[in-house]
Design a protein. Structure first.
Ligand code: SAM
Length: 275
């Protein structure tokens, strides 16, 4: 069999977002890649508009979208009658936004610096916490903004997928015992984010998990004997039609139990809970 006849590999990437990398790696190219990762199109805008409509804020309330990219969702929310600011660190996106969504206030800034915005907004809307995989750095940022203004969302709806996959068995398998042990550990304890399409799994089940701030406590039991793999995350939607193409999130077959603690006045961090 020629190399290019193998099926495509499930996609894997480091769970660390680029904003947790060092300043040196904050290059323009990495910032651009972040935008390429968007795959939700109009479905996401509608989802965010629905969320804001449910909250029923008074007209003219000041909402800051964190992070807003070009401000495409901010503009849709503005049309509901709010005063909306789009916060992003990437000037390139903001300039595109200024051209296409001129009624939004586009603000260049770092969402890690919530303390700079005390008293300026009624609500900080975390656009990327509403959908997307389990990401502890997002919980930390929501908590620091909660010291500054009201925040949305205050909880994260996740899915726990249990599945078997002969493809993953074959691909992530190493002939050396020690290496295989490391792969198992990484698949077990939430160190790897994986994107798996439905065609790559043989069987699966899905359960809902809700993780609530400010503790964002989450307890996932080991996957059990019936399923070899377990992933905490969300559906991977096919952009154009919103079909469920697969799932993405943290591999956590061995289970975990985590919660957020306050480290000092400004900072929060997730710790393992002893059980
Ligand atoms: C995947 S994009 C999503 C943008 C927007 N929520 C959307 O759905 O169109 C992530 C955005 O986060 C921005 N970003 C990443 N780290 C940031 C930080 N520390 N402060 C401000 N913006 C940041 C990036 O520039 C990028 O525009």
């Amino acid at each position: 069999m020629k190399d290019n006849q193998y099926p495509p590999l499930p996609q894997i990437r480091s769970v660390f977002r680029t904003d947790s990398a060092t300043n040196e790696t904050h290059t323009k190219d990495m910032w651009r890649n972040e935008m390429v990762s968007i795959n939700d199109g109009k479905i996401k805008t509608q989802m965010l508009v629905n969320c804001i409509q449910k909250i029923k804020l008074p007209q003219d309330s000041k909402i800051i979208c964190v992070p807003g990219g070009i401000g495409r969702h901010a503009d849709a929310i503005r049309k509901l009658g709010y005063n909306v600011t789009n916060l992003d660190r990437n000037k390139e996106w903001l300039d595109i936004g200024r051209k296409h969504f001129p009624m939004v206030n586009h603000l260049e800034g770092n969402f890690e610096e919530a303390h700079k915005y005390v008293g300026q907004y009624d609500l900080a809307l975390f656009e990327d916490v509403i959908d997307g995989p389990y990401d502890e750095s997002e919980f930390r940022i929501v908590n620091s903004w909660s010291q500054v203004c009201d925040v949305y969302p205050k909880e994260k709806n996740l899915k726990l997928f249990k599945f078997n996959s002969k493809l993953i068995d074959q691909v992530y398998n190493h002939p050396l015992y020690e290496m295989n042990k490391i792969i198992k550990e990484q698949m077990g304890f939430g160190n790897l984010e994986m994107r798996v399409t439905i065609g790559e799994v043989d069987s699966y089940t899905v359960e809902s998990v809700i993780c609530k701030g400010p503790e964002w406590q989450i307890k996932v039991d080991p996957s059990g004997p019936e399923y070899k793999y377990q992933l905490l995350g969300d559906w991977l939607n096919n952009d154009a039609l919103g079909h469920k193409a697969g799932f993405r999130g943290l591999m956590c077959g061995a289970g975990f139990h985590r919660k957020m603690v306050r480290k000092n006045k400004k900072d929060y961090g997730m710790i393992n809970v002893d059980t």
